[in-house]
Write a new protein. Sequence first.
Length: 163
Amino acid sequence: MRPFIIASLGIVLVNDVAAAQQKSLKQQLIGTWTLTAFFQECPDGTRSDLLGQNPKGLRIFQADGRMSNIVVRSDLPRFASNKPLEGTADENKAVVQGSYATFYGRYSVDEELGTVTYHIEQSIFPNVNGTDQKRSVTVVGDEMRNVAPIGSCTGAMVWKRAD
């Protein structure tokens, strides 16, 4: 009886893994993700953190094709006034330069190419409002990697599925 139970559990686990592998990229994306790394790698082998060593971020993909994304430095300075509309020029500059890719809009997935296109409605960087941003995306288990060219280098965001 014991070998039968062990074999049955094995079949269930294999079926669960197979079912996960059969999910489309879009199905794998749906949910909430937290940022674990944001870095740039260049052909000469150099690697640098783009928003410090411990950036913070949240990305949400909804099944209806809507998404939001926020990425910030973890070490942003606090405003002395404790009022968001009364920051000094230096405080405001630090916030603007300490946030990245903060936007919302819709998304579409190209399953064959393994890409996601973000159709940006509004962003903290107004120059990308109304644009489409295409990125290579892979999901393995509870980890998502979002990769894009940055000049001759490659920028990568690594996300973990939120609990």
